[in-house]
Design a protein. Sequence first.
Lengths: 286, 311
Amino acid sequence: MRRSTPTVKIPSRKGAYATRIGIYALLVSLAAICLLPFYSMLIASTHGSDEISSQLLLLPGNQFLDNYHRLIGTINVWKGFLHSLYITVTSTVLALYFSALAAYGFSKYPFKGRGFLFGFVIATMMIPSQLGIIGFFKQMSMLNLLNTYWPLILPSIANAFGIFFLKQICDSAVPRELLESARIDGASELHIFHRIVLPLLVPSLATLGIFLFISKWNSFLEPLIIIFDNEKQTLPVMVAMTKGQFRTDYGAQYVGVLISVVPILAVFAAASKRIIGGISVGALKE
Amino acid sequence: MSVVARFRKKVFRSKAIPRPSRSNWAIHGYYFILPFFVIFVAFQLYPILYSLYLSFSNWDGFSAPSFVGLRNYERLLSDHLFYKSLLNTLVIWVMSIVPQLFLALTLALILNEKFIRGKHFFRAVFYFPNIVTPVTIGVLFSLLFDWQTGAVNKLLEALNIVDHPINWLGRPLLSQVLVAVVMVWQWFGYNMLLYIAGLQSIPSEIQEAARVDGANGVQVALKVTIPLLRPVILFTIITSIIGGMQIFDVPFTLSKNGPENSTLTVVMYLYQTAFERSQYSYAATIAYATFILIAVFSLLAFKLARSRQEE
């Protein structure tokens, strides 16, 4: 079947060459469009507002620290950074642990109604998060949990996507024989999960953890309505606040945007292969 | 229950003796999935049902909710701002989804070719905007597209593409286009990665066979590869319907309501109704009406794709 592969290539070499140049031109210009806003952000954050508003800036200036201090003086973004970090880390750890537990339960325990319950978990992924938001707000106000971090952290325990993702891994990466021999040795079921299953899941937990971390870090509507106290807000809400507070002080606003983008850039630079690979695993569901 | 049976039960429950039967350990599956269901019921299902109740009541955030029957829904049916927000969301969604999926599919086909170099670099760069905080993107683009002080107009003027700065947020349609463009920028890389994953699951023999039969690259893509990708394409369309109805973060910081409320999306209207005007119960009605519309749209898309597949 493969014998004629060389002859079916595009006949004219010149034509093929031109096509390739065209394709690379497309790829490079799209890459530029993806990156230029961030370059512009970087450059603008080092200039004063009069320069930003009067000319096209291509090279860095020396106003970064001035912008930074004006920003910090009004909105303490590092506080927001720490709040976001605290909420995101605790939520991610809880989501990972309980998703792994449930995924393992669904994968390896033949209990009654397993198929139906798993289907139910998958179906919950289709519910838009805004549907219950008013009820959630009222519920939290009745429980006196408004303006605390509990409503942002506790619900993370129920993560349908995490269960869906890790169940596929449990199905393939956790051998049944290993569990059975541990059972014969008298290990308790929870012990088996902690000592055998969790270690086997570590690479997938890392991938899933990055996704959960990013989506929690980026969440905006929830902290916006749950937290009233500006001092207690998360980083995304604080960055959104800079727009109202710094109207024409563009330099300070750019620094706020920068502080929000850089950690994500760092995570992505360190783990882009894992992140991109993880999306393909998620896509296999259909 | 006899004394012996009771004693036996006690003994088997203690940890000293290994569990004898298979059904005894299988029950642990329930314990392991229990936390999900407890938290789901407490923090997702309960609020959803409570919202349903609120949508039939009158609640301003202070006094207790009182049942008012269908009054909120009647108000919704004649609320032109609700229709406007729905139409805005739909227009922005269509203007972003069509170029987005087209671009994603084209790039996936290109980056799946063997001769392209720097695949990983391009994939990473195209995907990166998707993980940056959406609210931050809204703030960033509002600064870049500011008509008097933003870098975009400065660049266009420097390149002599325009004589006068364009007032991006000055006209309704242009504002909607801007929000849609930002969404394309945010999401095309993500959809591209899904398509690449789909392409890699298609056995290369099928495409090679088509080439042997004399099809050129474009023909193979249109007649062989894309039809095989249909399930993934359907998946991206349905998830984008759900995601598209939730547009909030970007217009919230980029354009607010926009000129003549042109970038007021459904979720923004919901937010403002509840948390700026304290009409919480009416906001719950908006949420439910929107959810029903999303469900209908998703089902239609699904049915349409299925019936075409059968033809």
